[in-house]
Design a protein around this ligand. Structure first.
Ligand code: M6R
Length: 600
């Protein structure tokens, strides 16, 4: 995610801002910048690339108040103009989050004479605060925030005034002696202070060298508690989690929230997919889709096939990207490349092949400005933020989030989904982040079973229809990080051969959520049970029947049949994580696996 720092004190601000930003580097970023009030004016230094590169361009700056930012692009390419801080007259802003109504605000501000130079949503905030500024920065920030829809953590500088605010994006205040700090995460300022105040949603803080005043959204003063941080630096980087993978599994509700931000209005049943670059009429005319992807992204694509074919009349092929070049695609097809990194060589080669066939192309990716985004006709960003663990977790869940939106949108354009069904499904989709949080808070039971079976040589994962891709992804995740041999199967396929491998020493994880094929899934579970294999079922919390057929049940919240995969996968990720942990595997850097595979 993006990083924010702020300083107001008696020391030179620039070295402290740069040092604090470097302590957030582990989170990943593509550009960086600082702004310091230096004697009579604010000076801004920013660029694409590393913090050290910005540092090299700094002259001697004596100013003692400033803000800084590391950016992970979500709106607009990673370049100097889009890097934060953003400036409007004397007002300078850094921002994490997404301003959902920035297009409307931009139109309004353009009408009032403001000129926009970047492609970011943040620039709107700088102009808005400037628009309302009448001599008191805190007042201007309050007025601006009343106009904003979306999520934000911000630090705003105007002259020597420094103000911070948050909604749905973390921000903390560090209390020092004759100096105070702002940061999006504790490691940024842990070197300078252990006294931390957590800003709550819709709170605003005015930060001076000697004091910090807190206000609620009605501008009433708020008393805040100071927390003393006991963690060391390494633990702080992982926010107290033992591994980045576990941290990222817990970040999935937030990642999904970002994936959906500004794209769903469930009351009207509307979906808006910035970057799709297809009119409703064009969508209506698409007869066929080819999805190309590798590894985890392929498994997301396979779920995409089930979704599109269930919700629309479009035929979908899913191809492993490295094999696609040997297949054929018809020129009328839409080819969708799914890739978290946007750099996978196999996917890029397949995409170029598809363009050679004359196909229209769309990318679903996490990395703004990555190679694949520069070669396609449309891009939908999944907005997961940087993923440090090599094994994909939150990017997979956000890929699914985008695929749901895309399939609903196609179903709507093609007249296959009624407005009521879309509204119902969007409302259920919006509940998913909170349901994932519930699964995460139930992780002890998953840990218990993972540890119990962690000495197994082979583990099977089975599922049907929408949950078949999740069985594949569960097996892939386990292989990648625990090095246990694992197979994912469509449950109905076991009897055609693989049952030969099922014995009392082969644990089987069966996804058996209530839905179209529940009874068939129960039959497949019985086939496995007859071979004495220990079975763990992943089932709906209201299912009281499944206990009869299996050895253990992990319950997940009930949702629409087609949405159950995005919950079931969280159980699989936690199961893989705790299995690998029990086997002392290097979870965040598993052997023979790279975050971005740029060779064919
Ligand atoms: O960046 P991509 O999504 O294109 O990467 C494709 C695969 O290399 C990737 O999904 C790999 O399987 C992951 N490390 C899985 O955890």
């Amino acid at each position: 995610m993006c990083g924010i720092v702020g300083y107001n004190g008696r020391r030179k601000a620039a070295p402290i801002l740069i040092d604090s930003l470097k302590r957030l580097e582990y989170r990943g970023y593509d550009s960086a910048g600082i702004a310091v009030f230096n004697e009579s004016a604010i000076e801004v230094y920013k660029d694409k690339g590393k913090i050290a590169d910005v540092e090299k361009t700094l002259p001697e700056i004596t100013g003692t108040v400033g803000i800084g930012h590391t950016r992970w692009a979500t709106h607009g390419k990673p370049n100097k103009v889009n890097a934060h801080p953003h400036v409007s007259g004397n007002v300078v802003v850094v921002h994490n989050g997404i301003i959902e109504n920035y297009e409307q605000l931009k139109d309004k501000l353009t009408g009032s004479g403001y000129i926009f130079v970047s492609e970011t949503d943040t620039e709107v905030l700088a102009h808005l605060v400037n628009y309302y500024y009448k001599g008191d920065l805190t007042d201007a920030v309050f007025s601006a925030l009343k106009d904003i829809k979306g999520s934000y953590a911000i630090a705003v500088l105007c002259g020597s005034e420094l103000v911070a605010a948050r909604k749905d994006s973390p921000l903390i205040i560090g209390i020092g002696s004759d100096e105070n700090f702002i940061a999006s995460d504790i490691p940024a300022i842990l070197k300078y202070t252990r006294k931390i105040i957590y800003l709550d949603d819709l709170e605003v803080a005015t930060v001076t060298p000697d004091s910090v005043s807190f206000f609620d959204f009605n501008k009433q003063p708020v008393e805040k508690k100071i927390n003393n941080i006991e963690w060391d630096m390494e633990a702080a980087e992982k926010s107290g989690y033992e591994h980045f993978m576990l941290k990222e599994i817990h970040e999935q509700p937030k990642a999904l929230h970002e994936t959906f931000a500004g794209r769903i209005s469930e009351l009207e049943g509307n979906i808006s997919l910035d970057g799709l670059n297809l009119t409703e009429t064009q969508v209506k005319g698409i007869p066929r889709i080819s999805i190309i992807a590798c590894g985890t992204s392929f498994n997301a694509g396979l779920l995409g096939k089930y979704l599109f074919e269930h919700l629309t009349d479009v035929h979908v092929d899913v191809e492993i990207a490295s094999e696609f070049r040997y297949a054929h695609s018809s020129p009328g097809s839409l080819v969708i490349a799914i890739t978290q990194s946007g750099e996978t060589a196999d996917t890029l080669a397949a995409l170029r092949e598809a363009k050679g066939f004359g196909c229209r192309t769309l990318a679903i990716t996490n990395v703004v400005g990555s190679t694949i985004t520069r070669e396609v006709d449309g891009v939908i960003y999944i907005r997961s933020g940087p993923e440090i663990g090599v094994a994909a977790t939150k990017t997979f869940v956000s890929q699914l989030g985008v695929l749901y939106l895309l399939a609903f949108y196609f179903g709507k354009c093609k007249g296959k989904l009624s407005s009521d069904s879309i509204k119902r499904m969007l409302a259920s989709l919006k509940r998913i982040p909170a349901q994932i949080t519930r699964i995460n808070s139930n992780k002890e039971i998953i840990r218990k079973y993972a540890e119990k079976f962690s000495a197994s040589n082979d583990i099977f994962f089975i599922g049907r229809t929408f949950n078949y891709p999740i069985a594949l992804e569960g097996a892939l995740k386990l292989k990648e990080i625990s090095y246990i041999h694992a197979e994912g199967y469509a449950a109905g396929e076991l009897k055609h051969g693989p049952l030969a491998l099922i014995t009392k020493n082969t644990p089987v994880i069966a996804i058996a959520t209530k839905g179209l094929i529940y009874d068939k899934m129960v039959n497949n579970i019985k086939e496995v049970k007859a071979r004495e294999a220990p079975i763990i079922a992943i089932a709906d919390e209201k299912d009281t029947e499944i206990e009869k057929y299996v050895d253990a049940v992990i319950k997940i919240p009930a949702t629409e049949d087609i949405l159950s995969p995005i919950l079931a996968i969280v159980v699989m990720q936690l199961f893989s994580y705790y299995t690998a942990r029990a086997r002392n595997c290097p979870i965040d850097q598993p052997r023979n696996l790279a975050k971005s595979v740029t060779v064919e």
